[in-house]
Write a protein that binds this ligand. Structure first.
Ligand SMILES: Cc1cc2nc3c(=O)[nH]c(=O)nc-3n(C[C@H](O)[C@H](O)[C@H](O)COP(=O)(O)O)c2cc1C
Length: 215
């Protein structure tokens, strides 16, 4: 089994999501010995934003791609191949300005490719990357999950569910630490809740493995 561990927090050693993704990966590997772990730090190695050279090769707009277009295509190709070869993704996704970090968005933009992660049919888009498990570690300064207003203003967990669903991935789980900027006690409670989520999402996977073996 291949696991891709991704971090996108800009806060380095002070990051809540980086701390928690490490704990998720450790728990996953303990529950699934032999898991092969790959690591992507999207802040240390941020994919560049898409530009006019990025999509020309894929859309066949140009018969003979330029050097710049080839270079751009190679960046997307490496990231989408790594993604497609992965069974489990553990993604650190902090809430920044009501959304995800720009580095994480740049990575997702490199994955969204017709013929690789999605295809269009007469019934609409069909995801091509199903069968994976995505565990999102969501860290938030405030609390958004407990009110309609909060749920309507966060474009982080809701967006990630939509985009991975668009790729065909239905098994998207969340480890959530929210309210981490609201004082020491709320932060401690948020971390405790996130650790309970870790036990639940890794346990959920272990149960599914046993069910698959028994079937
Ligand atoms: C650039 C930036 C933007 C942020 N925007 C929000 C926000 O919109 N809503 C919120 O509740 N917290 C916001 N925060 C607080 C973070 O969500 C919080 O610090 C969380 O721990 C970030 O995850 P990290 O520690 O892994 O980076 C922001 C923090 C930063 C650094």
């Amino acid at each position: 089994m291949k696991l891709l561990h991704i971090d996108s927090s800009i806060l380095g050693a002070n990051s809540v999501s980086r701390q928690l993704t490490a704990e998720v990966v450790a728990a996953w590997v303990a529950a699934h010995p032999g898991t092969e772990v790959d690591y992507l730090d999207l802040v240390a190695n941020a994919p560049s934003h898409l530009d006019s050279n990025s999509i020309a090769v894929k859309t066949g707009l140009q018969a003979a791609p330029s050097e710049a277009q080839r270079r751009e295509n190679a960046i997307s190709e490496e990231l989408v191949s790594q993604f497609l070869a992965t069974d489990v993704l553990v993604i650190g996704a902090p809430l920044y300005n009501f959304s995800i970090p720009t580095q994480l968005k740049a990575w997702i933009d490199r994955l969204a490719q017709i013929g690789r992660t999605v295809k269009y049919t007469d019934k609409g888009p069909v995801g091509l990357a199903g069968g994976k498990t995505v565990i999102v570690v969501s860290s938030r300064g405030g609390v958004y999950s407990t009110s309609e207003g909060g749920q309507a203003t966060e474009h982080q967990e809701s967006y990630l569910k939509v985009i991975f669903g668009f790729f065909g991935i239905t098994d998207v789980r969340f480890v959530r630490a929210e309210g981490v900027a609201m004082g020491e006690a709320p932060k401690a409670a948020a971390l405790a809740a996130a650790r309970a989520d870790i036990t639940a999402v890794v346990g959920q996977a272990a149960n599914q493995d046993q069910a698959a073996l028994a079937a």
